[in-house]
Design a protein around this ligand. Sequence first.
Ligand code: MEV
Length: 440
Amino acid sequence: MGKSISGFSKLSKQKKIEWIIDTYFPNNDDAAKIIKQYWNDDKLLQKLHDEFIENTITNYYLPFGVAPNFLINDKLYAIPMAIEESSVVAAASKSAKFWLERGGFKAKIISTTKIGQVHFLFNGSYERLNAFFKSTKLKLINDAKPITKNMDKRGGGILDIELRDKTKDLKNYYQLHATFETLDAMGANFINSCLEQFASTFKHEAEAYKDFTPEEKNIDVIMSILSNYVPDCLVRAEVNCPVSSLNEDKNLTADEFANKFLQAVKIAEVEPYRAVTHNKGVMNGVDAVVLATGNDFRAVEAGVHAFAARSGKYSSLTHVKIENGNFYFWIELPLALGTVGGLTNLHPLVKLALEMLHHPTSRELMQIVAVAGLAQNFAAIRSLVTTGIQEGHMKMHLMNILNQFHANEAEKTAIIDHFKNNVVTHSAVVEAINELRSRN
Ligand code: MEV
């Protein structure tokens, strides 16, 4: 049974662990050992990780892998990926190699505008509210100058603020809808600070606005927060080649392959059940790079899926066309990413990942991430329409099963060899391990 506690966050790390062990693992002699096994020997490095969040008791490792051979806009990259799913890095690498031999990936930024909103209730005349907004807009921007000064100097900052009437959706509901350019920062703190300043100025000025009735002076600010939906912070990545160069599969001609691939993407465009899985595959690549580079994958996920549903029906993030004997495959993704600030200046592995990517600007990182998503999707569709996904997946999964059974190196070699010519299933692997062990 669980137990509640007050003041947990004030306990030392050791005391927190003791409480957790006493409460939840009284009979598990390994629990404390497992928790401590994941601590870093370097005390300073461990302290850094402890302080990323509250109540840290240990570290949670994810594999940090590398997919080399990505040619993006004629520049070569090895892409760092943090992910636990066994087949993802292998699939990205395979895709990178395939397109390296066909001119590589082309990527470009379409736009980089981010959005934040002050949501408020106002009970009164829209005309007077609009007149008040127009007379206050400059002050809203000026009062935020202490926050925007540095960003302004670098060429970013507040782009615009609009008053939006949302009363058709919700009684008395209006917004200050603001747009921002945050350059190489993801910009969450910058945007939220600006919005909170707008809210404070707006409310304060309304109280003194002489054309408002007493009720109108009382603007009720509900919240001020950035939006993770960034359809105007958009990147496009593409590959193309003659259909005749798609002749990789021994059982299909290049034409047959291209057409099957096209149909697979068309299905994801019209069928939401398939689109979700199709896009999940895209996000295998996207999230892994987003995470390795210290960015917020939850924000990216939320924004990308909203974008995939922007027509009112959830659909594919990638698209294909075959035209004049050429195969074109592309993706457009909304991505708010940073290469300065946040974890990017703090986490040693994130710094290493960014250095591996030639210290990209956020615009370059957007392009790299979109390419990783496109590459991942290419690999998945290619497997799906040819061998089926399980062949590759189960080969990668084989190692996980072997590790579950604590196979030693000799056993691993023998069993991997055995499955070069046999179908991998969980039960077949278990059987093979048992048989091998019974022989020795
Ligand atoms: C598995 O993580 C991802 C796939 O299901 C994606 C897809 O079906 O396109 C293979």
